[in-house]
Design a protein around this ligand. Structure first.
Ligand SMILES: CC(C)(COP(=O)(O)OP(=O)(O)OC[C@H]1O[C@@H](n2cnc3c(N)ncnc32)[C@H](O)[C@@H]1OP(=O)(O)O)[C@@H](O)C(=O)NCCC(=O)NCCS
Length: 176
């Protein structure tokens, strides 16, 4: 059964950092633009797109979070969400949200979001906020089902020469 708990003080972060962050999708959101507008259109792609989220120092990234919530399924790691508060605009940023592949589609991600909302309500935060990419069709569908709304995009965030080239950043928020 699913249990969600905050990371314990001093808890080893390496097992959390080792969670499989990859996904595969046969569709993406293609960003169409005019001079003053954007729209996102679902596009089937072949071959499917496979991506693994990588971090230079994943343990340091997790340590940098204000709050880490861990999902366990029958006492085994099933997923995690990392949260970081921005005081100047009172947004609680979702830095990491990953569910281990065998546990996807079972409500673990939704459980983590609801636990994050509960935590957020104990702070001064006014919304949850996050970034994903136009290539992460499964995550976009998930965030819409989990009560988020698209609140912006940035087609210049990723360096065409670097990781993430060709991707457009999409921003989502869920008001508290
Ligand atoms: C995106 C992710 C966190 C979703 O977690 P999950 O535990 O599989 O999602 P849940 O089972 O809680 O699903 C919740 C809702 O989202 C929907 N959803 C989840 N995955 C979906 C998918 N691939 N396509 C369409 N809808 C999806 C579910 O249908 C469900 O909706 P419903 O309950 O209203 O029917 C998980 O798939 C994941 O870790 N992906 C890889 C890493 C990643 O992309 N992280 C986000 C980076 S921004």
């Amino acid at each position: 059964m699913l249990k969600i708990r905050p990371a314990a003080p001093g808890e080893a972060l390496a097992p959390l950092a080792a969670i499989d962050t990859s996904f595969t999708t046969d569709r993406i959101y293609r960003v169409q633009r005019t001079a003053l507008s954007f729209s996102l259109e679902e596009e089937v792609i072949a071959p499917p797109y496979h991506k693994t989220y990588t971090f230079d120092d994943p343990v340091a990234e997790l340590r940098d979070m204000d709050q880490l919530l861990i999902a366990e399924w029958d006492q085994k790691l099933a997923g995690l969400i990392g949260l970081k508060y921005e005081a100047w605009n009172r947004r609680l940023g979702v830095g990491h949200l990953f569910v281990a592949p065998p546990h996807r589609g079972k409500g673990v991600g939704r459980g983590l979001i609801e636990a994050a909302v509960e935590y957020a309500r104990s702070t001064e935060a006014r919304c949850l906020w996050l970034e994903t990419q136009n290539t992460n069709y499964p995550a976009v569908r998930f965030y819409l089902r989990a009560g988020f709304r698209l609140c912006g995009l940035d087609e210049s965030l990723y360096d065409p020469r670097g990781p993430g080239r060709g991707e457009v950043a999409l921003y989502f928020a869920r008001d508290l």
